[in-house]
Structure formats: C-alpha cells, structure tokens
Unconditional design. Structure first.
Length: 175
C-alpha cells in the first residue's frame, strides 16, 4: 500500500510480468496477480482439477481431429510420454494472413488471441542482455511470433461450439 501513484504503477508492472502495456515487457517481472478472493475460489475449484484437465484435453483432441487435415494449419505437437492440459490451443499458420483471419473469425463470433506477439529477444526488458546473443538471429522466434494464433480454450467448450469454430475456421481458410 502506498499513496505514491508512481510507485504503485511500478509495483503493478512488476507483479504483471513487467508489463505496463500488454505484451510490452519493460522489465523482468513476476506473475503475482492472485488476490485472496481468487485464491479462495481456486481452493474450491481445486477439487475439480482432474475434471477440468480432462475437458481441456478432450477439446484439444476435437480441435486436432478437425484441423489436422488442413495444410494451412499445424496443430500443437504432443509428446507421447506426457499429457498436455492446454491452457492455450495455439496453431501455426502456413501462408495465412493472420490479421485478416482474426477479423473474419471475429465477425462470425469467434474470438482468437495472439499471445506473445513480440519475441523475448525484442523486448525492452532484455536489452541489457543482447550482448550475449553473439550476433545470432532468432528466426524461429520471429517466425512464430508472426504466424501463430490461439483458438478459444476452456473447460466449458461443447462439441457444438468446437464444431462451429473448426468448420468456420476451415471455411474461412478456403477463401
């Protein structure tokens, strides 16, 4: 607690991954945004964690089945020895205008996200460490930051909603 607005803003930035503006990391920060009300709710929800995890995996499996055949999409890779819970369901796009795709899907009621549109090596927080890059380029990071898109992913996705999202996405990619 402080009555110094400037200090309060700096503390908020540190607690929010070092961000003041979304996805622009001016400093290295932490994820420390959990308040006591959220903690109390999560404590109750923890009893249902296995159910929630199963629902996310089932949604991801349905997305995979519908989208794998499309040559313009690369679905998330999975390790056979592990189970992925899918906090996000992120696709790699092949030769697709991502911004246009997002607008077209949004017009049909389908929200999408681009998480981490600026790769770490281009963030202000990491400027002091650029000298350690030894002149290397980060082509994979640059490529992924410009070509990935995330579809809705949560525990309440019904089969009908997933079908609408996937059919709409595939139809949009045909244009």
């Amino acid at each position: 607690f402080t009555n110094d607005d400037s200090l309060a803003n700096e503390i908020r930035s540190i607690a929010n991954h070092g961000m003041k503006v979304r996805y622009h990391h001016d400093r290295i920060g932490v994820n420390s945004r959990l308040d006591t009300i959220q903690a109390a709710i999560l404590r109750v929800k923890l009893k249902y964690l296995d159910f929630y995890n199963k629902a996310r995996i089932e949604a991801a499996n349905a997305y995979d089945s519908a989208l794998k055949p499309c040559s313009k999409i690369i679905t998330p890779a999975r390790a056979k020895w592990s189970s992925h819970i899918f906090h996000q369901y992120t696709l790699k796009l092949n030769n697709v205008d991502r911004e246009r795709l997002q607008k077209d899907l949004a017009a049909k009621g389908i929200p999408t996200m681009v998480y981490y549109p600026i790769p770490l090596h281009k963030q202000k927080a990491f400027e002091p460490y650029r000298e350690f890059n030894y002149g290397r380029s980060f082509q994979v990071s640059d490529f992924l930051s410009s070509s990935v898109i995330s579809l809705p992913m949560h525990t309440e996705l019904s089969a009908d909603v997933i079908k609408y999202i996937t059919e709409t996405l595939l139809e949009t990619l045909k244009d």
